[in-house]
Design a protein around this ligand. Structure first.
Ligand SMILES: [Fe+2]
Ligand SMILES: [Fe+2]
Length: 358
């Protein structure tokens, strides 16, 4: 029977020894790489293709062999002995990430897991899925199971993102080095907060959320030399860069589902500008769908507050001023007002704290 011997595991540290936990027989287990997670992340009733280890005197000791090895009894024993960290082998990280993705909703809604930890789970699960989506070398389309996975991710994370404090917990994690997939997750989190202020229904939030997270999907087919050029793009390169909108629309494709139509519309329209100076069509004002006008502001804010190959990260105040300067020009004035209200409520305070004005 799996279990911990009473009195052998020190409270709260996960250190100690086990009676029935079984060391890995055929490996010098102290050399295996692992990462630690809270046992609260593991749901006994779900299956994950990974094993759970304890760290005992710097050695990894097998505690529950996957899949399905982690039972309610395992969980209760960890709880009874105050063990708050368990380990997963780095070699099984992908399986663990897939498990997290499949169980994201229940994990993020579990109030017992500290908010900071849930924010980390949301961010790393989104990043790994978006990275995988962007790195798929598919010439013209995105596989439908990817859409489903991203939709599930958006669906599983929206109620978490709606809760007070969650965006604050996330902003400290938002990576200010520029990678397209980091940017997509950042834009999704900021756009979700903005969309919330418009009182959209859950169904619409999921549609728009998927669009926000995939808005720059077309960049996956723009040459890396252009995406990562350490300087301003020349006129020809800029023309290529601008095609990421239409390429994104092509990759998502023309579907009858409202969800994918919304995602396609956002990929196509997020560089249109309120005064008609944007691309690809030069639409103006309310000709541009509202969800795209909202994603535009989140997109520009994240771009400004992020290190790009040609510029440092701006602090949040400077970026907000720039957005306010574009009110009624580049940006929908009502969206700028909603953004400003969000900023004044302190939702983006952590960004400001992280990047104080020079
Ligand atoms: Fe874009
Ligand atoms: Fe973008």
């Amino acid at each position: 029977m799996p279990g911990l011997k009473a009195g052998t595991v020190s409270s709260g540290s996960g250190a100690g020894s086990t009676s029935a936990a079984e060391p890995m027989a055929d490996s010098p287990n102290q050399e295996l790489e692992s990462f630690e997670i809270s046992p609260l992340m593991l749901f006994p009733e779900t299956s994950g293709w990974f094993s759970v280890y304890l760290k005992v005197d710097d050695r990894l000791v097998l505690y529950a062999k996957g899949p399905d090895g982690f039972t309610n009894e395992h969980r209760h024993r960890l709880h009874d002995f105050g063990v708050d960290k368990v380990h997963i082998l780095t070699a099984q990280k992908r399986n663990y990430q897939r498990y997290v993705e499949d169980n994201l909703g229940p994990i993020l809604d579990n109030e017992k897991v500290p908010l900071k930890e849930r924010a980390e789970v949301f961010y790393s699960a989104s990043l790994s899925l978006i990275q995988e989506t962007f790195e798929e070398k598919l010439p013209g389309s995105i596989q439908s199971d990817h859409f489903q996975r991203i939709k599930d991710l958006v669906q599983g994370s929206l109620s978490f993102l709606r809760k007070g404090g969650s965006l604050k917990a996330l902003t400290g994690l938002i990576n200010h080095d520029y990678y397209t997939y980091n940017h997509c997750v950042n834009v999704f989190t900021i756009a979700a907060a903005l969309l919330e202020t418009y009182g959209y229904k859950r169904r619409e939030m999921i549609d728009f959320g998927l669009g926000a997270i995939l808005h720059d999907l077309g960049k996956s087919l723009i040459p890396k030399e252009i995406i990562n050029k350490p300087g301003k793009l020349d006129a020809d390169e800029w023309e290529v860069m601008k095609t990421h909108t239409t390429i994104g629309g092509l990759i998502i494709g023309d579907h009858s589902s409202e969800l994918l139509q919304t995602a396609r519309m956002i990929a196509l329209s997020h560089h249109e500008r309120w005064d008609g100076t944007g691309y690809p069509w030069g639409k103006k004002g309310e000709e541009i769908p509202l969800a795209a006008r909202i994603v535009t502001v989140a997109d520009v804010f994240d771009a400004l507050t992020t290190v790009r190959p040609y510029k440092p990260a701006w602090d949040a105040d400077k970026a907000v001023k720039e957005i306010v300067a574009g009110r009624d020009k580049a940006f929908d004035p009502a969206v700028v007002d909603a953004f400003l209200a969000l900023h004044e409520k302190g939702v983006l305070d952590d960004i400001r704290a992280k990047y104080p004005a020079e």
